[in-house]
Design a protein around this ligand. Sequence first.
Ligand code: DX5
Ligand code: ZN
Length: 218
Amino acid sequence: TNEIIIAPSILAADFARLGEEVTAIDAAGADWIHCDVMDGHFVPNISFGADVIKALRPLTKKVFDVHLMIAPVDPYLEAFEKAGADVVTIHAEAGPHLDRSLQAIRALGMKAGVSLCPATPESAIEYVLDRLDLVLVMTVNPGFGGQSFLESQLEKIARIRTMIGERPIRLEVDGGVTRDNAAAAAAAGADALVAGSAVFRGKSSADYAGNIAAIRLA
Ligand code: DX5
Ligand code: ZN
């Protein structure tokens, strides 16, 4: 089995010091940097876009795991490639042509992911599995950090792990992940964990390494 990837979400970082925050989680042992892009349309919140990711790109060599909570997605894919995204994850619910959008991501040379909101069944990805490098199961309703983990999604994670079979596809879980539920997510089959508030909580960046290590240890 794969090593577990820990991907801190910079949505929970101090935006006034975003560069320092990325440097700090890199040093603290983050495997990937999870970037939550929100458009105020697909989700009821606005975060940041490709220009912010581009500005952060020179600060670390780590994988930029870009989670697009936007609709439409196709007109913006090239901007995220130019910004330095390694993995781009789009929502199955964000448009009618998921297969086309996934092809477009790979055609730009990036890894392709699809995310499912809590109410979306795993059958949404059944016919695109061979176009995927990553599946992201949302364990909160997307739009905000700091919400609680939806236990109802553990069954979906397990079913997707079975669907993936021998394919080289990462199974990532995002939303409300803490040191207390990380083991349940991994036991269900997740091999990448996003954590926002659980990593960035604490008085200073001195706490980030401990927070990441606690999730990994769990
Ligand atoms: C929610 C985002 C998540 C979120 C995770 O829409 O996709 O990545 O920021 O933050 P926590 O870990 O605080 O739920
Ligand atoms: Zn996310």
